[in-house]
Design a protein around this ligand. Structure first.
Ligand code: HEM
Length: 304
């Protein structure tokens, strides 16, 4: 186990990086910077984007025309989107290193780890390609949703690697395992419902030119009521998991974290509903929901 210590620490680092990239994606959306770089992988045809309008290429109008939010150059939007891309690319490099490391370390002893890290590499490649498609299709909402679900998958794989290497620490509790599986399914349904609400918010906010936030919630349809009400099921699942796991010492921290995560995600949702969707609550709600589902997943990996 000791010889795996550095490898395990690095795999945790990759997991945290995934959440950082998810947060960066949320900030891009919060600031409406998604089309800040209208082309991909370059930004206004350059590898380092312009910092002022006079640095724009002569044919800059061709790029701005593809934006449907506004057709002006906004240096903040451009650089927020560019930093988001840089973080994504950096994550790609870190995952590549993880693959090479896994290959060298485990190719003879644990092929599963090598395959998992290879899968991670493919998933991050797919995510980059999807990122391009999102830009090509002017942030087509369905593609943004798939982008998010793949991000969750990318966060889950390093955890599988970690727990595969710590298999001897598994706790025998079948009922808890099924309970955690059920909560994952409930959460995934809730997340898909949430992305539907998000898609509607995207359309509503765009039609109002990102103004009049007080009208956004009122214009949502029944999907929002379903999403909101479904939180009861999430809360009950979280409480049940905590209640059944509270006697297992090594799980206590994990289930309390999950319970706090459920509460925090719901509070962020309520803040959006009652305070006209403050911009900051949007990436926060997304980040909390992502951490929550991945924590429940990590809890399930510790059970057998
Ligand atoms: C644990 C329960 C919950 C989970 C796991 C959850 C998850 C999510 C997710 C993943 C999204 C999509 C975010 C994105 O793609 O950017 C979302 C959107 C949303 N959720 Fe929730 N949610 C929960 C509870 C609630 C509650 C209780 C409310 C309100 C009463 C709420 C209100 C919203 C709203 C307004 C959006 C659209 C946000 C936006 O435009 O950025 N959610 N939710």
């Amino acid at each position: 186990m000791k010889s795996n210590k550095k490898y395990l620490q690095y795999t945790w680092f990759v997991t945290i990086m995934v959440f950082l990239v998810i947060l960066a994606g949320g900030v891009v959306r919060m600031t409406q910077s998604g089309m800040g770089c209208p082309d991909w992988p370059t930004c206004f045809g350059r590898w380092i984007p312009p910092t002022s309008a006079d640095q724009l290429p002569p044919d800059f109008e061709k790029y701005l025309k593809t934006q449907d939010i506004d057709h002006t150059f906004n240096v903040y939007h451009t650089w927020i989107e560019y930093i988001n891309r840089l973080l994504g690319a950096l994550l790609g490099v870190f995952i590549f290193i993880l693959f090479i490391w896994s290959f060298r370390k485990f190719r003879k002893t644990n092929k599963q780890i090598v395959w998992l890290s290879f899968f991670l590499l493919i998933a991050i490649g797919f995510q980059g390609w999807l990122g391009k498609k999102v830009v090509d299709h002017n942030l087509a909402v369905v593609k943004v949703t798939i982008h998010m679900l793949v991000a969750l998958l990318i966060a889950a794989v390093p955890l599988i690697i970690i727990y595969k290497l710590q298999a001897e620490r598994k706790i025998e509790a079948k009922f808890l395992k099924y309970l955690s599986y059920s909560l994952i399914v409930i959460l995934l349904i809730q997340i898909i419902l949430g992305t539907q609400v998000r898609e509607q918010i995207d359309e509503i906010s765009k039609s109002l030119k990102y103004q009049q936030r007080e009208l956004w919630i009122d214009r949502l349809d029944g999907m929002f009521i379903i999403h909101r009400s479904f939180s009861w099921l999430v809360a009950m699942g979280g409480i049940a998991l905590w209640f059944k796991a509270r006697t297992f010492k090594s799980l206590q921290l994990n289930v309390i974290f999950i319970l706090v995560g459920v509460l925090a995600t719901i509070i962020a949702g309520l803040v959006m509903a009652f305070y006209n969707i403050p911009a900051i609550a949007q990436p926060l709600h997304l980040l909390l929901a992502s951490i929550l589902v991945v924590s429940v997943f990590s809890c399930s990996l510790r059970l057998k």
